[in-house]
Ligand binder design. Sequence first.
Ligand code: CMC
Length: 436
Amino acid sequence: MTPSDVKATLSFSDGSPQMDLPLYKGTIGPDVIDIRKLYAQTGKFTYDPGFLSTASCNSTITYIDGDKGELLYRGYPIEQLATNCDYLETCYLLLYGELPSPSQKEEFVNRVTNHTMVNEQMQFFLRGFRRDAHPMAVMTGLVGALSAFYHDSTDINNPEHREIAAIRLIAKMPTLVAMAYKYTIGQPYIYPKNDLSYAGNFMRMMFATPCEEYKPNDVLVRAMDRIFTLHADHEQNASTSTVRLCGSSGTNPFAAIAAGVACLWGPAHGGANEACLNMLNDIQQMGGVAKIGEFIKQVKDKNSNVKLMGFGHRVYKNYDPRAKLMRETCHEVLNELGLHDDPLFKLAMELEKIALEDEYFVARKLYPNVDFYSGIVQRAIGIPVPLFTAIFALARTVGWIAQLNEMIGDPEYKIGRPRQLFVGATQRNVTPIAER
Ligand code: CMC
């Protein structure tokens, strides 16, 4: 962190002594005010629910300019990565800071590929779930359970353990997601096939059966790979912050990633792609395009609690660059499958058009986010709706690991421990139960 010549001065209207606060400059983006000594010097905390103005760490991994609609992984624009690199190259970049050379890529792909199988016992663990369990409930359990199977990669303070845990997690997530899916539909698990690409292998584990081979279609594999790349990291979002906070206690990497999976499940975060597709289905059932006006009216009604899912973002106050790429992929996939007349896609495009012109959305800078189109793509590929968020988790795993590793390597890292403004009862005495 580079100290700035500028200092912030905090003064109080009650005559308490003022305090100078150092400022730091990033390479891009807003400066930060260092308040670490605030409590020691003033006896006061800051108040910032939802971290609207708080940088919880310094990071070199991902940068978002929400006003411009810009997303960079290690400095590279997401558009260039999504067009020129595949997901495993992007994983390498996020983990190690640079794009791999051809030989580095080959070695990395081989390492990941060698770890795609999961311990056979995981099947028996999975069998304990109800068949109708939500895939994210299953994934939270399965990812946490990895720490019970791979004891040589659970020491978060040991760089070798962290490295092997990273490779294992990236390699095994597709296998676990596919197993969770096969379990819910009562089909046998399909083992990974290591001569396929990362995305191709995942799709085969999802859609092949022992009696019928699945030949991955190149356009669909590319679309799946792009979904992975677009979701690979997104700086200090809720699930990443959860992973960092969980890992800050020194817990093992699998447990920290399981915490990220749990956080991602929520509809305001990773669950939005599922919620978005359900919303499109609901509008379609209400009468489709003709009912958009009525639906938008509900969204704008403060008492309705209805949101336009797939719209709005805490950071992007412009078109989410991932949504643009996803929209492009959506066209490619629907064309490939002869589904360009897909009613949900038409509905989504119409909804987007109306929302982008509507004063309510314009004034609040609400634009489509990545989830607006990713659900349509996944549904076209044949992914069942409840699995969408599990695929997001699969893709985000590398980001969580890169962020966790960065935190552990940061000499300034401490266990995360927010403070609070207490507004409850002051001290009082317990009345014996008979007298209450
Ligand atoms: N539909 C209707 N109104 C909205 C929406 C929406 N999708 N999003 C925000 N608003 C309104 C909100 O009601 C508020 O209005 P007002 O100022 O009148 O009270 C204003 O816009 C600001 O919203 P906010 O809730 O303060 O914004 P936030 O930064 O706290 O929330 C969000 C961000 C993503 C949780 C929210 O936009 C949302 O719930 N969107 C729908 C869910 C969604 O698509 N989530 C996926 C995010 S992208 C994938 C990921 O990174 O996980």
